[in-house]
Design a protein around this ligand. Structure first.
Ligand SMILES: [Zn+2]
Length: 294
């Protein structure tokens, strides 16, 4: 049973909207969810860590079934290994691609066997490496239609961003017995994509949800508000045993990974926390919306 979580929203009395300075989001409003307090600034810091965190490999590891973590300390990259080659979700920054290649190799797989490259959303920290990965592997790059314009504007070193297949909400991507479904969960970007799949581990089948970021931008336009209002109703009912995210902090990866060493049940199987990140981000979105001048 998934717990219905109540998010307590704490708003500063009479809070004014604080405009972001540069790329730094404001440090209010503050929301408290399950006893932890967050601000837009603290969430961004939690997601990104330091420059070194963004570019240093985290120990590559099996998550569940045929899904492996091959990303850095703060930028997720998932390898889905199949007998017909592999799917890579999120190449992250272009400068991280050799790091990801190394992590794939450490797990006993070949980076050159990557056949399909997918992404969660058209921001450089998640998909800048697509063009280089395609050059290194000849994989097909597939992207949600609504994110294609933003991806095409991403040209590291002048390289065109490849898009070999344009996806639409509900489309499936299949390879070697694994099927992923693309869910349009817009808001953070126009084409933010949540991926779902089912994996086998032992005698059991698990529903895996790879969430796209649900972090609201500083400026909540009418269009963005409509997108998030739809998105929160899409992500909550998704069947989920294993919640993952495009930043490891979204699913407490480091704490769960630490538990792997003690054996026992797979810590990444965590149905009670499938909605935790959604609760945090929806509380923040509602608080920011209430703060915004009418
Ligand atoms: Zn982003």
């Amino acid at each position: 049973m998934r717990k219905r979580l109540q998010a307590a929203v704490v708003l500063c009395a009479g809070a004014l909207v604080v405009q972001a300075q540069g790329n730094q989001p404001p440090d209010r409003p503050a929301v408290t969810v399950r006893g932890q307090t967050y601000t837009p600034r603290s969430i961004l810091a939690r997601n990104m860590g330091t420059e070194v965190d963004q570019t240093t490999a985290f120990v590559p590891h099996k998550v569940v079934g045929n899904i492996y973590y091959v990303g850095t300390r703060t930028l997720s990259s998932f390898l889905i290994a199949t007998p017909q080659g592999h799917i890579l979700i999120n190449t992250t920054y272009e400068r991280n691609v050799p790091t990801i290649e190394k992590s794939v190799g450490q797990l006993g797989f070949k980076f050159s066997d990557v056949k399909i490259v997918l992404g969660t959303h058209a921001h450089g920290d998640h998909q800048e490496g697509d063009a280089l990965t395609r050059q290194m592997t000849s994989a097909q790059v597939m992207a949600m239609a609504e994110d294609v314009p933003a991806l095409q504007a991403m040209k590291p070193g002048g390289k065109e961003h490849p898009v070999d297949r344009v996806l639409h909400d509900g489309d499936s991507v299949a390879l070697g017995g694994t099927t992923l479904v693309a869910h349009l969960t817009a808001g953070h970007t126009r084409g933010c994509t949540t991926w779902t799949t089912r994996v086998q581990e032992g005698a059991r089948t698990y529903n895996v949800v790879i969430h796209c970021s649900l972090r609201a931008p500083n400026m909540l336009t009418r269009e963005v508000v409509a997108e998030f209002n739809r998105t929160f109703t899409i992500v909550r009912p998704l069947p989920c045993d294993v919640p993952l995210g495009d930043h490891p902090a979204q699913y407490n990866m480091q704490a769960k990974h630490a538990k792997l060493a003690s054996g026992g049940a797979n810590p990444f199987v965590d149905p009670d926390n499938c909605d935790l990140e959604t609760d945090i981000q929806e509380a923040m979105f509602r608080a920011a919306l209430a703060d915004q001048p009418k």
